[in-house]
Design a protein around this ligand. Structure first.
Ligand SMILES: NC(=O)c1ccc[n+]([C@@H]2O[C@H](COP(=O)([O-])OP(=O)(O)OC[C@H]3O[C@@H](n4cnc5c(N)ncnc54)[C@H](OP(=O)(O)O)[C@@H]3O)[C@@H](O)[C@H]2O)c1
Length: 332
């Protein structure tokens, strides 16, 4: 039998530390399935893990990769609602940059008919992050204004479509006119170039401010995000690209009865309250029909072979990508 291969990190550092090498052949335990991986999504978190700044949670695979698509090759004990041969995509705690990965069955989503496995690999992480934050945490409603920072990111391009499908109005920030134009095509109506424009003024221009803010910048935007919030607004911080240690003006937040949340998906428990299983169940129930009918579509900037994982990381780092970058592991 051919050995299983996976991306191995030879120390922490630049994209060159990643090599495609022989790896441990994983076997599914109770409640898990083994996936033959077709493709893996690339996330900003992978770049941080490669640099040594984002270790996997205890018990998770050391291999990079928070999401993948593929075909179920084996069922562990106690898995009854999936079959060998099913086309799936999966939310992972790690291990996606590999030919095979093991995952709890509660983190699987079926790949809708007609959706390519390459495109499907870029969905689970953005779907889980966007749905859990915009809907389950912030309770975004029809008619509300949501501000999505980094509208051209993998997360942003998905969040715009989800928010529009809920009937919300969408404001976005991005660093170029071209990305803003493409965000507009996805449904954003307030377009803010973060290099030139003041996002607080932009979202307060025609009224009360943003009911929900999805933030990737952390400390650098904390004060201005609180200013941009509407009464009873929710600021949800999901990224720390602008640092971790900000100062919160409690008075400003208190006067508008606002809430600041900070959440991540990867470190959540597999099951129980607030778990990955709970999020995936909600994604499957509420969001997946919109993915199946094309209302919410994957936005894939590029698909590269896994042998070019370094190039894929450079591409995401360059800021040139609009939407997701995906690695093709094998044709299935
Ligand atoms: N908490 C979680 O569970 C979770 C899960 C997934 C992702 N995330 C976070 O979500 C963010 C997006 O992830 P991704 O994988 O989709 O990354 P990505 O595609 O690499 O996107 C990064 C984004 O940051 C934007 N950006 C850079 N400087 C900015 C600024 N000053 N103001 C506003 N936006 C700015 C970039 O915009 P331009 O290209 O227009 O410059 C780009 O859209 C990351 O911070 C990531 O860590 C969190």
């Amino acid at each position: 039998m051919e050995p299983v291969r996976a991306i191995e990190l030879n120390g922490f550092g630049g994209p060159e530390v990643m090599t495609w090498a022989e790896a441990v052949d994983p076997a599914p335990g109770h409640g898990e399935v083994l996936i033959e991986v077709a493709a893996a999504g690339v996330n900003r978190a992978d770049l941080m893990q490669r640099q040594g700044f984002y270790p996997p949670p205890p018990g998770a695979s050391e291999v990079l990769g928070l999401e993948c698509s593929g075909v179920i090759a084996e069922l562990g004990d106690g898995v009854h609602d999936w079959q060998v041969g099913d086309r799936v995509c999966a939310l992972l705690s790690g291990g996606g940059y590999a030919e095979k990965v093991v995952v709890p069955a509660t983190q699987l989503l079926p790949v809708p008919d007609g959706l390519d496995l390459g495109a499907a690999a870029g969905l689970p992480e953005v779907a889980a992050t966007v749905w859990s934050n915009l809907v389950m945490t912030a309770g975004l409603q029809a008619g509300q204004l949501v501000l999505i920072h980094g509208g051209g990111s993998g997360i942003g391009t998905h969040a715009i479509q989800v928010a529009r499908s809920l009937g919300a109005r969408v404001a976005v920030t991005a660093g170029s006119a071209d990305k803003l134009q493409r965000c507009k095509e996805l449904g954003a109506s307030v377009l803010i170039n973060y290099r030139d424009d003041d996002f607080v003024a932009a979202v307060r221009a025609d009224g009360a401010g943003a009911d929900v803010i999805l933030d990737n910048m952390g400390a650098a935007y904390l004060a201005r995000n609180v200013e941009a919030l509407a009464n009873f607004g929710h600021l949800v911080v999901i990224g720390m690209q602008g640092g971790v240690g900000g100062e919160l003006n409690i008075g400003a937040l208190l006067r508008k009865w606002g809430t600041v949340h900070a959440t991540n998906v990867r470190n959540r428990p597999a099951t129980g309250h607030g778990s990955k299983a709970e999020i995936i169940a909600e994604v499957r129930r509420q969001l997946w029909p919109l993915v199946a009918d094309g209302t919410v579509a994957p936005v894939i900037h590029a698909e590269l072979p896994i042998s070019e994982a370094g190039e894929a990381h450079r591409l995401l780092e360059s800021g040139d990508a609009f939407g997701k970058v995906v690695l093709r592991v094998q044709e299935l």
